[in-house]
Design a protein around this ligand. Structure first.
Ligand code: FRU
Length: 504
C-alpha cells in the first residue's frame, strides 16, 4: 500500500489502492505472472483530474499490499493510452519474448490526438514487457485493430481453449452503439471478426470496459456458465457509472445471453432492477478481472468512483481509489444461478476482533456501541433477524447527526445505504443519495459484511449475493457505530467488529 505521502491523510484509504500523488480511473491490464499481481490503471501522472492518460502500475504479492511502480505505458503526442488488458503470452505466440522468457503483452486503446494521422479514432494497440512488467515497449505495428471508429475501446483479451479451437479472444466495445464486439487472433497482432453482442438490458449510457469469462456453478467444473460484464456510464443502477453482467454461453464465436430482459438501445428504466448488476452502489465502475490468476480464481477490481462527480471528490494531492479485490463465483440460490462476490479480506490474517456481541435483543431505538467498536477503518460482520422490526440496521461513521445509514426494510425486503448525511456531500449535487437493493432474507436472517475505510463503505449482503459500494467523506470525529431497530424488535444473532493490527 502506498501511503507514504503526507498529503491528505484524512481520506487516504488504509486498505484500498490509490496513486500516491495523482488521479486514477479504470483498473487496466490486471494480470498475474511469476508470483506477482500487476495492477495497471488509467492514470494522469501529473494531475488530480483526468488527463494525460497513461498506464500507471502497482504490484502486489497478496492482493492487499500494493507497491506503486513507475508509469508503465506513457501517453505521447500522438496517442493517449486508454483502458485495456494484459496477458502472459505463455507460448510466445506474439514473438515478443522467447519460449524461455514469455512476454507480458498489454492490449490497450490508442486514443489518437490531432498530432496523429489517425486523429479522432480509437483503435487497439500492443505493448510488451520481457522483464516482468518493469519496462514496456510499444509494438511498431500499432494499431493492430482499427475499425475507423471514434468509440472502439477497452479490449479485454483471454485465451480461449474449447470446442471451436484454441486462440486469443478480444472483447471490446463500440461504446456509443452499446455493442460488445468479439475478435480472435493466433498471435495478438492479427485479428479476425467473430461476432457482436448488444444492445441489451441497460443502455442508458455508453458501454465501456467489457469482460468475458467462464465460471463453474457451485464449483462444478462440469457445469459452467459464461459471464459477460458490461460497464456503462451513465445508466448504472444507482445513477451514473455502473457495471451490469449477463449470464450465458460462449461457443468460441458468439456469446448467447440467458439473462437478456430487454433488447435494443431504448432504455426501459422500469426494468433496471431485473438486470444483473455487479454492485448496487454509486462507486464501483470499470470492473474487470485478472488474467491468469492462480487456482482458477476470478478476481475483479473496480474503480471506486463515478464519472458524475469523480473529478470533484474532496481529496487533495490524490484522487480516486480502487475497490478491494473481489473474488467472483456462481452459486445456486433459490433455484437460480447467482453471481456472488467476496472481498479478498484485509483483515484475514492481520485482523483482531475488538468488539463482539451475540444473541442480543434489539429494542426499538438506537443503541450506541462502546469505543472498542468505533473507528474509521473496520470490518463489521452482522447477522440479524429483523423479527418484527420494520427497519433494522447500522449507523456507520457516525457523530451526532452525521452518519451513513445501512438499513434493512423488512416489509419491502430492501437493503439501503443512505449517504445523505454522511459528511461532506456538497461538492456535487448528485452525491447525496440513497442506494437500494432487494435482498431476500435467508432463514429469516440478514448477514452483512461491511468494510469501512477512510472514505468508503463496501457492503456484502447474504454472503456476497448483493453488494453496495459507496464513497463517503465524513468528519474526522465520525467514528461511532450504532445499531438500531424501528417499529418492533429484532435480534442481533452476532456482531463482530474487526480492526487491523498496527503492524499489518
Ligand atoms: C471508462 C473509460 C474507458 C476509457 C477510459 C479513459 O471509465 O471511459 O472507456 O478507455 O475510461 O480513461
Amino acid at each position: 500500500m502506498t501511503t507514504t505521502s503526507a498529503l491528505d491523510c484524512q481520506y487516504r484509504p488504509r486498505h484500498h489502492y490509490t496513486a500516491d500523488r495523482s488521479w486514477l480511473n479504470d483498473p487496466n491490464g490486471l494480470v498475474y505472472a511469476n508470483g506477482t499481481y500487476h495492477l495497471f490503471y488509467q492514470h494522469n501522472p501529473s494531475g488530480t483530474v483526468w488527463g494525460n492518460m497513461s498506464w500507471g502500475h502497482a504490484t502486489s504479492a497478496d492482493l492487499l499490499h500494493w507497491d506503486e511502480q513507475p508509469v508503465a505505458i506513457a501517453c505521447d503526442e500522438q496517442e493517449a493510452i486508454f483502458s485495456g488488458s494484459a496477458v502472459l503470452d505463455k507460448t510466445n505466440t506474439s514473438g515478443f519474448g522467447t519460449p524461455d522468457n514469455p512476454p507480458l503483452v498489454a492490449i490497450y486503446t490508442s486514443a489518437y490526438t490531432p498530432a496523429s494521422p489517425l486523429n479522432g479514432r480509437q483503435a487497439q494497440s500492443l505493448a510488451y514487457s520481457t522483464d516482468n512488467g518493469a519496462t514496456w515497449t510499444k509494438y511498431d505495428g500499432n494499431p493492430v485493430l482499427d475499425r475507423a471508429s471514434a468509440d472502439f475501446r477497452d479490449p479485454k483479451v483471454f485465451w480461449y481453449d474449447g470446442s471451436a479451437g484454441s486462440y486469443w479472444v478480444m472483447v471490446a466495445v463500440e461504446a456509443v452503439d452499446r455493442e460488445v464486439v468479439l475478435y480472435k487472433s493466433a498471435d495478438l497482432k492479427t485479428w479476425e471478426y467473430l461476432s457482436t453482442f448488444g444492445p441489451a438490458n441497460a443502455t442508458g449510457g455508453v458501454w465501456e470496459c467489457p469482460d468475458l469469462f467462464e465460471l463453474p456453478v457451485d464449483g462444478d467444473a462440469g457445469n459452467t456458465k459464461w459471464v459477460l460484464v458490461v460497464n456503462l456510464s451513465p445508466g448504472g443502477i444507482a445513477g451514473g457509472s455502473g457495471g451490469q453482467y449477463f449470464l450465458g454461453s460462449f461457443d468460441g464465436v458468439a456469446f448467447t445471453s440467458e439473462t437478456t430482459v430487454t433488447q435494443g438501445i431504448q432504455q426501459d428504466d422500469s426494468r433496471m432492477a431485473e438486470y444483473g448488476w455487479l454492485d448496487w452502489g454509486r462507486d464501483y465502475y470499470a470492473a474487470v478481472s485478472f488474467s491468469n490468476a492462480p487456482g482458477g480464481r476470478r478476481l475483479m477490481i473496480g474503480w471506486m468512483n463515478n464519472w458524475q462527480y469523480g473529478a470533484v471528490t474532496p481529496t487533495s494531492g490524490w484522487r480516486s481509489a480502487m475497490s478491494l479485490v473481489r473474488e467472483v463465483r456462481l452459486a445456486s440460490r433459490d433455484g437460480a444461478v447467482a453471481l456472488v462476490q467476496a472481498a479478498v479480506d484485509p483483515y484475514g490474517s492481520g485482523g483482531a476482533t475488538t468488539y463482539s456481541e451475540a444473541g442480543t435483543a434489539l429494542a426499538v431505538g438506537t443503541r450506541w456501541l462502546p469505543a472498542e467498536a468505533s473507528g474509521d477503518v473496520l470490518r463489521i460482520d452482522a447477522d440479524i433477524v429483523p423479527g418484527t422490526a420494520g427497519e433494522v440496521g447500522l449507523l456507520l461513521r457516525a457523530d451526532g447527526g452525521e452518519r451513513t445509514v445501512l438499513a434493512y426494510d423488512s416489509g419491502r425486503g430492501v437493503l439501503s445505504l443512505d449517504r445523505t448525511a454522511s459528511g461532506n456531500t456538497a461538492f456535487h449535487e448528485s452525491f447525496a443519495s440513497v442506494q437500494r437493493v432487494a435482498v431476500p432474507l435467508e432463514d429469516g436472517r440478514l448477514r452483512l459484511r461491511v468494510f469501512l475505510d477512510r472514505c468508503s463503505v463496501e457492503v456484502f449482503a447474504q454472503d456476497g449475493l448483493a453488494t453496495i459500494t459507496d464513497q463517503i467523506f465524513p468528519g474526522e470525529s465520525s467514528t461511532s457505530l450504532a445499531v438500531f431497530a424501528e417499529g418492533g424488535g429484532a435480534t442481533l444473532v452476532s456482531l463482530d467488529v474487526v480492526r487491523t493490527r498496527s503492524h499489518a
